[in-house]
Design a protein around this ligand. Structure first.
Ligand code: B12
Ligand code: SF4
Ligand code: SF4
Length: 254
């Protein structure tokens, strides 16, 4: 199958789904046009992700999820300008960002389901690990890390604060499906795992919890802050100040 055909189906889904609009806060779109990357299910990097210093031995390879897997399709859904701009202000998450975290993940899940059914209708097997009953997060490390998968699929690299930076920046959400059709893999236009980060340090100053310093991001401090926002904004929560008002918000900064 051609990548262009999949790109068209995904883009049309995002443009047309009513889930991408939030009338109650007058947000006309959560996401802009998606970026898509493809990895071969046989790519040796999936085994590398099992190293303790990358994700860990519990990270499953595509063929553990789906034995006949041929390709992995990964996407980045960039947040719209309205979502990004709103979150540049203040130390608390903007209303638009809170909806983009919760309702935005509903769009992401609907896209996962849509693509699985789309491939099945074309005669292939497909699964979305993020929707699979085997999906698990152990000590804040999942057995299918969407950012690491996007890295293998050529979509971008990590950064000082661990955000994943794509050609459309870091402010957005990631997802993926594993399929039994063979699609030409996307070229990885980078060598180092954090190549797209300029190490400018702007995110250090943006973090209200002081979770980031020159050596990286402390997940415990970040998680405590993000979880704490639920006390005020339940049923929503979020932060993402390190992904907005920074040079990598909507572009590769270098
Ligand atoms: C658990 C979790 C959290 C935890 C821990 C985050 C973490 N860094 O792991 C907490 C609660 C802190 C968190 C916070 C947030 N999260 Co979160 N979270 C997840 C979740 C569910 C799993 C993450 C995971 O498995 N991590 C695995 C560990 C190993 O990752 P890591 O430690 O960062 O990996 C490092 C090493 O691998 C190292 N490395 C060393 N050598 C090498 C060599 C190679 C080759 C490679 C590839 C890497 C590498 O580089 C990495 C970065 O430093 C994912 C969803 C998913 N299924 O993936 C979302 C996810 C990562 N979160 C996301 C978001 C948006 C957020 C927040 C902004 C919250 C919000 N929505 O308001 C914040 C800030 C995130 C930030 N600055 O990174 C997005 C990321 C979007 C992006 N552009 O990066 C994801 C992908 C959700 C989604 N579906 O889009 N999150
Ligand atoms: S703000 Fe600067 S240092 Fe922080 S992740 Fe973005 S490019 Fe890297
Ligand atoms: S999500 Fe918020 S608390 Fe976590 S590192 Fe980014 S700015 Fe800091």
């Amino acid at each position: 199958m051609e990548l262009q055909t999949i790109e068209q189906a995904v883009t049309e889904f995002i443009i047309r789904t009513p889930l991408n609009v939030v009338p109650e806060i007058e947000l006309d779109k959560i996401y802009d046009r998606p970026l898509i990357g493809v990895a071969s299910a046989e790519d040796g990097l999936f085994e590398t992700l099992k190293a303790d210093n990358i994700v860990g031995p519990h990270h499953l390879t595509p063929r553990k999820w789906l034995p006949a897997a041929q390709s992995v399709i990964s996407w980045f859904l960039p947040f719209s300008q309205a979502v990004r701009e709103a979150n540049r202000q203040g130390e608390l998450p903007a209303t638009e960002w809170l909806y983009a975290r919760i309702e935005g993940e509903m769009v992401n899940n609907a896209l996962r389901k849509f693509l699985v059914e789309w491939f099945q209708a074309a005669g292939y097997q497909a699964i979305a690990p993020g929707l699979d009953e085997r999906f698990a997060v152990v000590s804040r490390k999942s057995n299918w890390s969407e950012r690491h998968v996007a890295y293998v699929a050529g979509l971008g690299t990590f950064s000082l604060n661990r955000s994943f930076i794509t050609k459309a920046g870091a402010a957005g959400r990631l997802g993926s499906v594993i399929v039994t059709t063979n699609i030409t893999p996307t070229l990885r236009a980078y060598q180092a795992y954090d190549e797209y980060c300029s190490k400018c340090g702007a995110c250090i100053k943006r973090c209200p919890a002081r979770a980031i310093d020159d050596s990286g991001k402390n997940n415990d401090i970040c998680a405590k802050f993000v979880d704490g926002t639920a006390l005020r904004f339940k049923p929503r929560y979020g932060c993402g100040k390190c992904q907005t008002g920074v040079p990598c918000e909507a572009a590769v900064p270098i």
